[in-house]
Write a protein that binds this ligand. Structure first.
Ligand SMILES: C[S@@+](CC[C@H](N)C(=O)[O-])C[C@H]1O[C@@H](n2cnc3c(N)ncnc32)[C@H](O)[C@@H]1O
Length: 235
């Protein structure tokens, strides 16, 4: 649903000639989506990730369906200069994609990335953001992270930011963006899917579905983001 939702967002109007995918990872949208003539996609991630993907795609003899530019840089540090050096034009409207990235940045870095997206967005820009959900503050959190680390071979405690994430809606609305929020239950309904929920995700989804500040028009000031997506447009 996450992939489809973002694909649909990118295909919807008004499209922009320039798209930036932050924390692109193994995203293959530059290769598989029907981009309009003249479209440029800029992917940002760590060098080793971008190199791995390029080697796989070259091995498959597939070509991007747009002009694809990759920028190897660390998004937890200032990244404006490498983006501009790669040919990003801040005077043009941009579509930004933040999918699966924010949980890997601490709260300060999330705030800095969102602020930079806003600062680099000309009129007519738009963004889709997969929200970071604050990890539940349960007694067994450390044990669960440890088990997950053993399963995946990755240090989850280091990878997943712990601090309460900033609310993208609050930040963007204060900068005159028009925001829409899309909860997980809304996506289930949109795409006709039922999630087989575990106890903890059930609680998360129930919280997402419960009438909260965002459903009443107030973006909320609790600092507790609720998962799902935010889409936003700058007039
Ligand atoms: C869970 S993956 C998501 C990839 C892709 N957007 C998707 O949804 O399939 C997170 C990606 O963010 C990248 N990432 C995490 N922290 C980063 C940082 N500080 N700078 C650049 N990239 C980062 C990782 O390398 C990884 O490719």
């Amino acid at each position: 649903m996450r992939t489809r939702f973002i694909d649909d967002f990118l295909a919807s109007d008004p499209q922009t000639a320039q798209t930036v995918i932050l924390g692109a990872g193994l995203d293959t949208r530059a290769y598989r989506l029907p981009w309009p003539d003249g479209a440029t996609v800029i992917e940002i991630d760590h060098a080793n990730v971008l190199e791995f993907k390029a080697s796989v795609m070259t091995g498959l003899s597939v070509e991007p369906a747009c002009e694809l530019i990759t920028v190897a840089t660390d998004l937890s540090r200032p990244w404006r200069e490498p983006l501009l050096a790669a040919g990003f034009d801040p005077k043009q409207p941009t579509t930004w994609v933040l999918e699966g990235l924010l949980p890997y940045l601490d709260a300060a870095a999330q705030l800095a990335v969102l602020a930079e997206v806003a600062a680099l967005s000309a009129s007519g820009s738009r963004v889709v953001i997969e929200r970071a959900v604050a990890l539940p503050k349960t007694d067994n959190l450390e044990a669960k992270l440890h088990d997950f680390s053993l399963q995946t071979g990755l240090s989850m405690s280091e990878l997943l930011a712990r601090a309460d994430p900033p609310d993208p809606v609050e930040l963007l609305e204060s900068d005159c963006w028009r925001c829409s929020e899309h909860s997980v239950p809304e996506l289930c309904s949109l795409y006709g899917r039922n999630l087989s929920l575990t106890e903890s995700t059930e609680a998360d989804v129930a919280e997402t579905a419960a009438p909260g500040p965002e459903q009443t028009g107030d973006s909320g000031t609790s600092g507790r983001s609720r998962g799902g997506f935010v889409t936003a447009w700058r007039a």
